[in-house]
Each structure stands twice: as structure tokens, then as C-alpha cells.
Design a protein around this ligand. Structure first.
Ligand code: PMP
Ligand code: GLN
Length: 382
């Protein structure tokens, strides 16, 4: 039923990863790393399995992981969250987003996101019967026009979903924009859902500022993150929500009928990860920044117009600069033409806005440096 317009059929990530596998192409489409994360985290998962942590976890998540999430919020952002009532472990950020939207959105409520948006937002807003309204992020810097934003958020707005650092644009919102979001949410009595899965992936010395740190924001902010990006464990699907106790209770009510619980032995392992030293956290961004440079240099040499990201692990390019006006068509042909896979930005926008993003293509740079060099040299042959 939901797939009749083709929007909620196979995700672009599945489609492009299948294409990469079939053709043996380099997969810069789906965003997952091709190297393992910290050894201590991997060892902790093995130890947890050996210690018999293999049955259902408590509904809110293993207490030690919730404690570690609370410590992480305090250590990096000075935020206080009670692990007993204000923190919930989920099956990745994906379930956190789904359970939050399903818990808070009634049919007909408006949900505002920036556009392009992570595809799961549109899908779950649709499942909840909400109306999805967007504020454009435009090249070259992909920052919102705050006046336009003012006209989109109204008393009908139930949620404003923020994704900072942003997928797919790589934008990192400045304090001024985040403060504006908080002010608008207050004015219209809306909740803010902030997807911060790329919180540790910011470049050039920039700092990520969580929405919940703004005065008066905590009471209406649902902060979502995930271990997948920070610890290179996208397959473990450990995510979390930090929110006021009554909101957590509402989200938990939905979550228990989605997955109930997940990933018991991975939960203590992620607690170990969250407690790793500052060197580890500094190394995530510096390693990725090198990868970003390799891919960007290659894409520029290949003739693309490149929009350098401030955060996350994707780079957008304009394919018109190399003679392809339609990036969706190019994405389907690229694996055959040069053996590289990317994802068209059209997958992250509403059908009526595709024209504005038609020539944008996304490449992921969370791959080994030799893989990125090889991809860059193949793209030069386009
Ligand atoms: N939000 C954004 C912005 C993402 O890019 C992703 C993909 N990792 C997710 C959520 C999903 O995260 P998870 O794998 O933890 O479900
Ligand atoms: N978040 C990753 C991306 O944007 C993977 C998403 C997915 O496979 N659903 O590529």
C-alpha cells in the first residue's frame, strides 16, 4: 500500500549497495565504514557474549550503557540526564526516530524537516499520518534561510526534526541557527527531535553544539544518537534517546512493540566505547578529515563541482559540471561506466522538489584511504 508511489519500496541504499555488489564496483553509496572500530569495543562484545549476556536486556537498555550515555552527555556537553528515567536504548537511531515520531505525531500534525533529509524521516512521518513540510538547504553552504524557516513553522507544527551534522549535505549548523530553532519551537509549542548520529564527525576544528544545550531547550528536545558512526559498528544497531522522563515513557511505549529490546552483548561494549579517552575521540575526526581530502581532491580533478562538508562522512558534488544534468541517471550508470557507486540527492527530497536537486550526487568517504584513491582515479576516467 505505502509503496504504490514507489517512494517506500526499496531504499536507495539497498539498491545502490546491491548494484555495487553485482558489478564489483567501489561502494561510496551506502554510508558504512570498511574498517573496524576500536579493538577494546570489539573485545568487550566478545567478552559479553562469553559472560552470558545473551538474553533480553531490560526494556530501557542495560543500566551500565544508560549510565555511560549519561556520562558522555556530561563529559562532552555538560548536559545532565538521569539514566533511570531520561535515557532509552534503541535499535539504532533508526528505531529511535521511528518510535519518537510514532509516539508524538497524530494524523494531520505537521512535522518540519530540512531538505534534503535522511530518507527515514519521510517514511516514518508518512507511517504516523503526519504532514511533512520542509525548509530548503541550498548549495553551496546548505544552511537554511531563517526567514523561510519562520514561515514554515506554525502552530500546526508538532515536531521540528534537526539533523546536525547533516546527512547528506555535510552542513553543521551554527549556534545562531540552533538558537532560532529553539525560539521557534517555544513560540509554537513544538518538540525538537535532533538526530546527532554524526556528533563526533566534524572537521577543521569545528565543535558540534547539541540543541539541548540551549537555555530552555531540554524540556522540549529529544536527542537521538547512535554508536554506529562513532565506533564504526553500523551493523550492531545500538542507538539511544535522551529526553524528559514523560517523553521517554511515551517513546518506550511504542518501542516495546517495535523491537522490545535488542543487541544485549553489544550494549556493554558500547558502554566501553563511550568511556574511551579523548585521544580516541580526537582521532575519529582527524582520520576522517584525511579521507575527506583524498576524495575531494580526486573529485575536483575529475571535474566535479565539490561542496566540501563541515561534518558527517559524505560529500556532495554537482554532476552538471561534468556534463550530466541528471545525477539519478548518472548514479545508475556510474558503476558500469567507471566502477564507482554514489547516491543521488533526489532520494533525500520530496518528489515535487527533485528538480532543484537534480544534479547533486553524494559520495561517502568513510572508506580506506587506498579505496578512496582508487575511486578517485576511476572517477577521473569519466
Ligand atoms: N540518522 C542519520 C542522519 C543517518 O545518516 C543514519 C544512518 N546511519 C541514521 C540516522 C541511522 O542510524 P542507525 O544505523 O543507528 O539506525
Ligand atoms: N546512514 C547511511 C547512509 O546515509 C546508511 C543508511 C541505510 O543504509 N539505511 O548512507
Amino acid at each position: 500500500l505505502l509503496g504504490t508511489d514507489g517512494r517506500l519500496s526499496t531504499t536507495i541504499f539497498t539498491e545502490m549497495t546491491m548494484l555495487a555488489r553485482q558489478l564489483g564496483a567501489i561502494n561510496l553509496g551506502q554510508g558504512f565504514p570498511d574498517e573496524d572500530g576500536p579493538q577494546q569495543v570489539l573485545d568487550a562484545a566478545k567478552a559479553a557474549i562469553d559472560a552470558g549476556i545473551n538474553q533480553y536486556s531490560p526494556g530501557r537498555g542495560e543500566p551500565d550503557l544508560r549510565a555511560a550515555i549519561g556520562e558522555h552527555q556530561q563529559r562532552f556537553y555538560g548536559l545532565e540526564a538521569d539514566p533511570g528515567t531520561e535515557i532509552l536504548v534503541t535499535a539504532g537511531a533508526t528505531e529511535a526516530i521511528a518510535a519518537t515520531v510514532l509516539a508524538l505525531v497524530e494524523p494531520g500534525d505537521e512535522v518540519v524537516t530540512f531538505e534534503p533529509f535522511y530518507d527515514a524521516y519521510a517514511a516514518v512521518i508518512g507511517l504516523a499520518g503526519g504532514r511533512h513540510v520542509t525548509v530548503a538547504l541550498r548549495a553551496p553552504d546548505f544552511q537554511p534561510d531563517l526567514d523561510e524557516f519562520d514561515t514554515v513553522v506554525t502552530d500546526k507544527t508538532r515536531l521540528i526534526i534537526v539533523n546536525d551534522p547533516n546527512n547528506p549535505t555535510g552542513a553543521v549548523f551554527p549556534a545562531e541557527t540552533l538558537q532560532h530553532i529553539v525560539d521557534l519551537a517555544h513560540r509554537h509549542n513544538a518538540f525538537i527531535v535532533t538526530d546527532e548520529v554524526y556528533e563526533h564527525l566534524v572537521f577543521d576544528g569545528a565543535r558540534h553544539i547539541p540543541v539541548a544545550t540551549f537555555p530552555g531547550a531540554t524540556e522540549r528536545t529529544i536527542t537521538i544518537s547512535s554508536a554506529g558512526k562513532t565506533f564504526s559498528t553500523t551493523g550492531w544497531k545500538i542507538g539511544w534517546v535522551v529526553a524528559p522522563a514523560d517523553v521517554i515513557t511515551a517513546i518506550l511505549t511504542v518501542k516495546q512493540y517495535l523491537t522490545f529490546v535488542n543487541g544485549a552483548p553489544f550494549q556493554p561494549a558500547i558502554a566501553t566505547g563511550l568511556r574511551l579517552g579523548d585521544d580516541f575521540y580526537a582521532s575519529i575526526a582527524s582520520n576522517l578529515q584525511r579521507k575527506r581530502t583524498i576524495l575531494i581532491d580526486g573529485l575536483q580533478q575529475a571535474g566535479f563541482q565539490v561542496f566540501s562538508p563541515a561534518g558527517a562522512y559524505y560529500v556532495l558534488v554537482d554532476t552538471a559540471a561534468v556534463g550530466f544534468e541528471d545525477a539519478t541517471q548518472l548514479a545508475r550508470r556510474l558503476p558500469e561506466l567507471v566502477g564507482v557507486v554514489g547516491v543521488p540527492v533526489s532520494a533525500f527530497v520530496q518528489p515535487e522538489h527533485v528538480a532543484q536537486y537534480r544534479s547533486l550526487l553524494r559520495f561517502a568517504f568513510c572508506k580506506r584511504e587506498d579505496v578512496l584513491r582508487e575511486a578517485a582515479s576511476r572517477l577521473a576516467g569519466l
